[in-house]
Design a protein around this ligand. Structure first.
Ligand SMILES: Nc1ncnc2c1ncn2[C@@H]1O[C@H](COP(=O)(O)OP(=O)(O)OP(=O)(O)O)[C@@H](O)[C@H]1O
Ligand SMILES: [Mg+2]
Length: 318
């Protein structure tokens, strides 16, 4: 049997959205991550990417489902055990500036994650923090400044440094570059790629941009309205995808590589439905150009169409 670093099974996450109403933001999602692998998670705004990431981090945990980290279910372990495990899985949050405490100096932000790990002298923590600043390209001489004294790109580097301080095995990157200028985006992606190699990281890389994910990830999972609709090795997904939503996302990439991409696909007009009241059957059917009556009646299973390639569609593009 394969040894997975992370196994997510049947994950469901609800938000209480007033009164008796519950929004199922994530519905029965499952995937695996093998050690050393990078999985991309893509989907449009509001589909539940950050919700999923926070649930894996147990911030807070899911309503139901299992999250196995090296075989231990994070949703079931004791608080004490979770605290011990936490340094091993870290996250870079979507909003880099607001995720850093504005009142704290960079040096304190960077040494804080080490407090949870056994005994280490103040000097040793500081030495490691300064070293980490160098490896993410921030001048260690600025370690006594506070987050607001840095640019967005620099704050993202600091966030990356903070996440790497406890030497995690798993790094979840939630839209690590979407708030940055295009030129800075490339720098941060290159930095993440270099750190991934040097630290032997396993990554879940979240983005709404398939073009970014393509260059970084081994496999890609596509999410629509809280459910996975397709998952495949990166190369495969870009060449021979089967879900109409994947095709629509791909055809929205500007300046595509003409050899790789399909002809433009139009998603049917109208609002993206709300997860408060998702469409019956297939959730994508209200916007799907291929939808038929059956799609409203029965939810498609997320099944393997060929080894390593899963799709949830009654009428996949073949
Ligand atoms: N704290 C909350 N309370 C209630 N509903 C929430 C909360 N956070 C998110 N949601 C809802 O859950 C759904 C998923 O939101 P989420 O932020 O996970 O999406 P996302 O894919 O990360 O979007 P984006 O690409 O914009 O970051 C949305 O419908 C959102 O409105
Ligand atoms: Mg998000």
């Amino acid at each position: 049997m394969k040894k997975y670093l992370l196994q997510v099974e049947g994950l469901t996450i609800r938000y209480n959205t007033g009164g008796r109403q519950n929004t199922e933001a994530i519905s029965d999602v499952g995937f695996t991550l093998t050690r050393g692998e990078t999985l991309g998670l893509v989907g449009e705004s509001g589909c539940g990417k950050s919700t999923l990431a926070r649930a894996i981090m147990q911030l807070p945990g899911p309503a139901s489902g299992r999250i196995l980290f090296t075989g231990e279910d994070l949703t079931q372990v004791s608080k004490k055990r979770l605290k011990r495990l936490r340094p091993r899985f870290q996250m870079i949050f979507q909003d880099s500036i607001s995720s850093l405490n504005p009142r704290r100096k960079i040096i304190d932000i960077l040494t804080a994650p080490l407090d949870a790990i056994g005994k280490m002298s103040r000097e040793e923590k500081k030495r490691r923090a300064l070293e980490m600043m160098v490896s993410v390209g921030i001048d260690p001489g600025t370690c006594h400044l506070r987050p607001f004294q840095f640019s967005g790109g620099q704050c993202q580097r600091i966030q990356i440094a903070r996440a790497l301080m406890p030497e995690p095995e798993l790094l979840i990157c939630d839209e690590p570059v979407s708030s940055l200028d295009v030129s800075v985006q490339a720098q941060i992606i290159n930095l993440l790629e270099a750190l991934r190699k040097s630290h032997g990281l396993t990554m879940l890389f979240i983005s709404h941009d398939l073009a970014v994910v393509k260059n970084v990830c081994d496999r890609v999972a596509v999410m629509y309205l809280g459910k996975l609709c397709e998952e495949a090795p990166s190369e495969k997904l870009y060449k021979t995808h089967h879900h109409p939503y994947t095709r629509a996302l791909l055809s929205a990439i500007p300046n595509p590589d003409p050899g790789l991409l399909p002809s433009r696909v139009k998603i049917r007009a109208g609002e993206t439905p709300s997860p408060v009241d998702p469409p019956s059957g297939c959730r994508f059917r209200t916007r799907c150009p291929r939808a038929e009556k059956h799609c409203a009646q029965k939810e498609p299973e997320f099944h393997e169409i060929e080894p390593g390639h899963r799709v949830a569609c009654h009428f996949p593009i073949l």
